[in-house]
Design a protein around this ligand. Sequence first.
Ligand SMILES: NC(=O)c1ccc[n+]([C@@H]2O[C@H](COP(=O)([O-])OP(=O)(O)OC[C@H]3O[C@@H](n4cnc5c(N)ncnc54)[C@H](OP(=O)(O)O)[C@@H]3O)[C@@H](O)[C@H]2O)c1
Length: 295
Amino acid sequence: MRILVAGSAGQVARALAESSHPGFTLKTFGRPELDLEKPETVKAAFNAFQPDIVINAAAYTAVDKAESEPEAAMRLNADAPALLAKLSAASGAPILHLSTDYVFAGDKTSPFVETDPVDPAGAYGRSKLEGERRVAATNPKHLVLRTSWVHAPYGSNFVRTMLRLAETRPELGVVADQQGAPTYAPDIADGLLQIVARIASGSSAPWGVYHMASGGSCVWADFAEYVFARSAAEGGASAKVNRITTDEYPTPARRPANSRLDCGKLRSDYGVALPDWRSGVDRCVARLLEQRRVT
Ligand SMILES: NC(=O)c1ccc[n+]([C@@H]2O[C@H](COP(=O)([O-])OP(=O)(O)OC[C@H]3O[C@@H](n4cnc5c(N)ncnc54)[C@H](OP(=O)(O)O)[C@@H]3O)[C@@H](O)[C@H]2O)c1
């Protein structure tokens, strides 16, 4: 089974490259070898690698910047996935496409299920939703996997930002009225590879849209407090968290108040359930502090 991963330096792409995948040949493709804005490079990568399955881990992920660059977000999050879906469909290869909790407006009090109405609040969410639709319309063998609040010991994410800010600030204001599930990129990689193994085994499971995020949920302020508790326990940086409202921390893009994803469908159809969010934070912080000790 040859797995082509679109993206190489991003959190999920890098976690996939680092993961153990015995029996599979997995290759991540990043710029300039595969540039999603240059279709000829995408076609060349497919021709050279001849994938049996495609994972799209590349995206325009700058949620706030997307408000001023909606066309760029649409090119990377909708046009590019449509091309990946077209090229994979041409050879009968399934595509696993990552999407986001931000396709929902957040105006529900319980976790969102896959059939809940979508209504993205910003340009990023709209571009990701369009990507979902175009992948689904282009390759019948598709899985759209919505995840949330991704973090890793590398890349641009909340855990690294909190620990960096705590180096110089004793107190931080963190939003306490948006709920979601921090999801560790290596756990997403494991989940994707479990799904690939299931597809490779030939045992049937339905294509379609699935939610794949960590177990449990919290607000950003809880997330920050937990990061600092873990860090302090291991001798790392820590800060006091002041709980603030979304209105007190205005951003160009509006975030959903509720981003919680019900992941029961993935568990029942594919037998995949990601660990609790605290477990991912434990491993992320431990690895970051270990890296710091080594360097
Ligand atoms: N980050 C989150 O909190 C979050 C939350 C929910 C869902 N998601 C979804 O999860 C998936 C993975 O996100 P992530 O956090 O791993 O993203 P990320 O760390 O921001 O990485 C994005 C990747 O896309 C690549 N990319 C951007 N423009 C490209 C282009 N023109 N050609 C080829 N590659 C390009 C980047 O390459 P360079 O390194 O070269 O720029 C990078 O490897 C995405 O679909 C995202 O929408 C993320």
